[in-house]
Design a protein around this ligand. Structure first.
Ligand code: NI
Length: 182
């Protein structure tokens, strides 16, 4: 069963800011969390990743949709699980689209690595090491931030880079600048 609710900023900010702990034992409890994360993400086609902290479980687990495209619901890859990630190398920083299921309706342009070499455990609790590139790297970097209590709005340096979207008179989506108190 998917989680009924994803924690939302700012109402539940304290919970979203809490750091996640490493998974020490891969057991039925962890498998159930992974199942919950996958089911919850599937019910939110606008999302491309979900960390356990977002369903109020403060453990280093997240799921990501690979092969996604910014500002699109088109997806070409599998959903994978990453546990206890460690960054081996990150580079190729670039500014691009960001958003979060815990900050509904809010979007931004953030600078993140587009080359990310990580190691961790996979959804079966087995060690793996892999390089992710392009938007996959961006999405995984966003989820690793969640494990440290960091939200994408923390990476906004220019207020003009934070926005919501609405339809203009011709039905085209346009960006509307947003100001939030941090
Ligand atoms: Ni997020």
């Amino acid at each position: 069963m998917p989680s009924k609710r994803i924690l939302e900023y700012p109402r539940e900010e304290a919970l979203l800011r809490k750091k996640s702990q490493p998974v020490r034992a891969f057991n039925r409890y962890i498998k159930n969390i992974i199942r919950d994360l996958k089911d919850t993400l599937k019910e939110r086609p606008e999302g491309v990743g979900l960390a356990a902290v977002q369903i109020n479980v403060h453990m280093q687990i997240f799921v990501v949709q690979l092969g996604a495209k910014p500002e699109s619901e088109e997806k070409t890859g599998p959903v994978i699980t990453i546990i206890n990630p460690e960054v081996i190398e990150e580079r190729a920083e670039d500014k691009g689209f960001d958003g979060c299921l815990s900050l509904p309706g809010l979007f931004g342009d953030t600078v993140r690595p587009h080359y990310l070499h990580i190691k961790g455990l996979n959804e079966w609790g087995k060690p793996f090491e892999q390089v992710f590139e392009g938007f996959d790297a961006v999405v995984i970097h966003h989820e690793i931030d969640h494990l440290n209590g960091v939200l994408f709005i923390d990476r906004i340096t220019d207020p003009a880079d934070l926005f919501t979207v609405k339809e203009d008179d011709d039905g085209k989506l346009i960006r509307v600048p947003v100001t939030i108190k941090k």
